[in-house]
Design a binder for this molecule. Structure first.
Ligand code: PMP
Length: 432
């Protein structure tokens, strides 16, 4: 039955009020609050396959997939049974080495040859924070270069022209970052190698690392051009700079071997998160042995974690990577995403609405602008008011999209052809 925003809103408002009394902004991560699209957030009760249900029993097709973490959809039976087995027979945390962690690291190494050594952590933020610490320790230099609109978690060094929630909330810089930190982070323009060269010339022998999302997903989806990445690789090698691919979002989403495989470019360090944990808190940083050997206790760069490599998270991760290794889902996902994108384009053309769709594998974004989106400035030309109307009309029809223009939409392997048809039909209504 068709829903109305009113029907959806009534009880959510009560939940959100209750949440706001005890949790800042009512949420445990900012974009969840629906601030830029208006209305109150859904409170999710459960998920299964391609669907989620809110506390009032409304069903939604889920294109958020826990912000890309769920490649195989919700409550996948193989992940569930792996988790049950750990709970029943093993335990939840030891803070001591286990063979399963070694197995997990070996699995990552098999899939991603550039990952010569692997260290497990519990969030993408930890992985990227550590990656730059290692780069600084290894090169003996302090400054880093990031790109406008790329998000690398909430480490102090990264909250400068950061995408994702920082852009959505309209506060690109966070309070509470010491001035000294600001001076160490330089910001270049995505897909513009000249902007990198300018920074390198002005900061000779001071840059420890360049960090980039090879396919940015945090200003909406914006792929880096292959030539741009190749030039970055060259500049890093030439200037003794550690090249870090932040693949927290793209890792195991776009291909089995990560962006290094997709672009045939080998970074020095890679960060993974989201998918490798199958919905549990796992992330990793990995890369060249020579650089990774700087990590404590082998080397002098300190990083630690009470719950790092805990059995539940590792079991889920092993299960997911094994599924990927046995039967990589990328062709199927890519074909479905292309079909979906073409249908959206057809509808938009018929209506005569200016738009851009950026799609890379199972990540896509619809921007309400007539400017091709290749960087942050282009992304910001999007009509976010139009996005908010579209978002809410889709939600009314049971389609759960990321609640911000500056986030990616994700397909999971559980999305059926019927889900796609239903979404396209909702899309046609939402825009008319
Ligand atoms: N890097 C990228 C590219 C991300 O997309 C994210 C999260 N969206 C992070 C880092 C931070 O990961 P986490 O939220 O697990 O700390």
């Amino acid at each position: 039955a068709p829903r109305t925003v009113e029907a959806l809103t009534e009880r959510k408002a009560t939940y959100f009020l209750r949440a706001k009394k005890v949790i800042p902004g009512g949420v445990n991560s900012p974009v969840r609050a629906f601030k830029s699209v208006g209305g109150d957030p859904l409170f999710i009760k459960k998920g299964n396959g391609s669907k989620i249900w809110d506390e009032d029993g409304n069903e939604f097709i889920d294109f958020v997939c826990s912000w890309g973490a769920l490649l195989y959809g919700h409550s996948h039976p193989r992940v569930q049974s792996a988790l049950k087995s750990v709970i029943e027979h093993i335990g939840t945390s030891f803070g001591a080495p286990t063979l399963r962690e070694v197995e997990f690291a070996e699995l990552i190494q098999i899939l991603v040859p550039a990952a010569e050594m692997v260290r497990l952590v519990s969030s993408g933020t930890e992985a990227t924070m550590t990656a730059i610490r290692i780069a600084r320790g290894y090169t003996g230099k302090d400054k880093i270069i990031k790109f406008e609109g790329c998000y690398h978690g909430h480490g102090d060094s990264f909250l400068i022209k950061a995408g994702s929630g920082a852009t959505t909330m309209g506060t690109p810089d966070s309070l509470g970052i010491p001035k000294g930190f600001l001076q160490e982070t330089l910001c270049a323009e995505f897909n513009n190698i000249k902007s990198v060269e300018t920074l390198l010339n002005a900061n000779k022998n001071q840059i420890a690392a360049i960090i980039i999302e090879p396919v940015a997903g945090n200003m909406g989806v914006v792929p880096a051009h292959t030539d741009f990445l190749k030039e970055l690789r060259k500049l890093c090698t030439l200037n003794n700079i550690v090249l870090i691919f932040d693949e927290v979002m793209t890792g195991f989403r776009l291909s089995k071997g990560g962006s290094s495989e997709l672009y045939s470019i080998t970074p020095d360090l890679i960060t993974f998160g989201k998918i490798i944990g199958g919905g549990l808190p796992v992330a990793a940083y990995c890369g060249k042995k020579e650089i990774m050997s700087y990590v404590s206790p082998e080397g002098g760069v300190y990083q630690a974690g009470t719950l790092s490599g805990n059995p539940l998270a590792v079991a889920a991760g092993i299960e997911i990577l094994t599924m990927i290794k046995e039967d990589p889902p990328y062709n199927q996902l890519n074909n479905q995403a292309i079909f979906f994108t073409n249908e959206l384009k057809y509808t938009l053309k018929k209506i005569g609405m200016p738009y851009q769709i950026n799609q890379v594998g199972s990540m896509l974004s619809l921007f309400f602008t007539d400017v091709p989106v290749t960087n942050y400035a282009n992304a910001k030309t999007s009509d976010t008011k139009k996005f908010a109307v579209y978002f809410n009309k889709m939600l009314e029809q049971g389609i759960y999209l990321p609640p911000s223009q500056f986030e990616a939409m994700f397909l999971s392997t559980q999305i059926s052809d019927a889900d796609i048809s239903q979404t396209i039909e909702a899309f046609t209504h939402a825009l008319n």
